[in-house]
Design a protein around this ligand. Structure first.
Ligand SMILES: [Zn+2]
Length: 293
C-alpha cells in the first residue's frame, strides 16, 4: 500500500477522490504526463498503479518524479509506503494557522517582476492588493510567486506559481498538513465579493477583474466551492478558458449554480483565457457585464 493521498497532499498536488472520472477508491489528478487540464489521471486503490484516460499507464515512480524530482520521489515513496500511515488518512491533521510570510521569501527579484510584467500585470499592485510574496533560489517554492488564499480575513493556505515554465507543476500548493484548509475547499478572493462575481479558472484570470474576480484554482471544482459561491452570490458571470473542455465545464458549473438559485451568465471570450487579455480589454468586458447592476 502506498498512501498516495497523503503523499500528494504533502507535495502540494491537487487531487480528487470523488466526482467526474473518479472511481471508488481511486485518487485522481490532472495528469502531468500529458498536460491534461481536467482530472484524467488516477492512482489505483493500493497506490501502486497509475493510468490516464488520455495517455495510458505509467509507473507510479515516474509520475511522482515528474511532480517533484527523482531523488524526492524515492524518499516520498519510502515514507508513504508503510501500512501504518494508510489508516491515518481519514483524519488528516491540519495546521491551526499558516506561517506567513513563509520561510525563504525575499523582496521581489527582478526575474519575478519581469515575469509579471511580461504577462501584463503590475507587480507592486499585486503585492498591495493580494499580498503576493516571492521565493528566489531556495526552498520547496523556489522560483515561484506565492499567492495567499484568504477566507474570512485569515490565510488558509497558499499556492506557488512557477515563473520558469520548466517545473512539472505550474502551481504547487502548500502541503495540506501545513494548511488550515486546502485551496480546493475555498474560492480565491471570495472575501472581496458581495453578491456578484466573475468566476474564473485561475488566479491570474481573476486578477484581471479586480475585486469582482474569483478563481476556482483550475477547471476541476469541488462541491465545497459551489456551495461557497451559491451561499454568497445572486449573480455570477463565468469566464473560463476558450477551449472545448473548459466551455463544457463552465456550463456544468453554471447549471449547478443556477440550480442553487444564482442567476448565471456564461461569457465567451476571444482570447485563450482572461489572463491573456490586456487590462484595457478586461476592464471593457467587466464594464459591459456589470453596467446594469
Ligand atoms: Zn495523461
Amino acid at each position: 500500500m502506498l498512501d498516495i493521498q497523503r503523499l500528494l497532499g504533502d507535495l502540494g498536488v491537487p487531487y480528487w477522490t470523488s466526482g467526474k472520472n473518479v472511481s471508488e477508491g481511486w485518487v485522481s489528478i490532472s495528469c502531468v504526463m500529458c498536460g491534461d487540464r481536467s482530472n484524467h489521471g488516477a492512482f489505483g486503490p493500493d497506490g501502486w498503479s497509475y493510468s490516464c484516460f488520455r495517455c495510458g499507464k505509467h509507473k507510479v515512480r515516474k509520475v511522482i518524479t515528474t511532480l517533484s524530482s527523482w531523488e524526492e520521489a524515492g524518499n516520498l515513496i519510502k515514507e508513504y509506503s508503510s501500512l501504518m500511515s494508510f489508516h491515518e488518512t481519514a483524519n488528516k491533521e491540519r495546521a491551526s494557522n499558516v506561517e506567513w510570510p513563509p520561510p525563504n521569501t525575499v523582496k521581489m527579484p527582478s526575474i519575478h517582476a519581469e515575469y509579471l510584467h511580461a504577462r501584463g500585470y503590475d507587480p507592486k499592485q499585486l503585492r498591495d492588493l493580494y499580498g503576493i510574496e516571492c521565493c528566489y533560489q531556495t526552498g520547496a517554492f523556489k522560483y515561484r510567486i506565492l499567492i495567499p488564499v484568504y477566507l474570512d480575513g485569515r490565510i488558509m493556505t497558499y499556492i506557488g506559481r512557477d515563473i520558469t515554465d520548466k517545473a512539472g507543476l505550474k502551481y504547487k500548493n502548500l502541503s495540506e498538513t501545513k494548511s488550515v484548509l486546502p485551496a480546493k475547499n475555498t474560492v480565491y478572493n471570495i472575501d472581496n465579493i458581495h453578491d456578484t462575481a466573475i468566476i474564473c479558472e485561475g488566479v491570474f484570470d481573476a486578477w484581471r477583474f479586480g475585486a469582482h474576480g474569483v478563481a476556482m484554482f483550475g477547471l476541476q471544482y469541488t462541491a465545497q466551492q459551489t456551495r461557497a459561491l451559491a451561499s454568497r452570490l445572486k449573480r455570477a458571470f463565468i469566464v473560463f478558458d476558450n477551449e472545448p473542455q473548459a466551455v463544457e465545464k463552465a456550463r456544468e458549473l453554471g447549471a449547478e449554480l443556477s440550480f442553487q438559485g444564482v442567476e448565471v451568465e456564461i461569457v465567451s471570450i476571444s482570447q485563450k483565457d482572461p489572463g491573456e487579455m490586456s487590462q484595457e480589454e478586461a476592464d471593457e468586458v467587466k464594464a459591459e457585464l456589470l453596467h446594469d447592476l
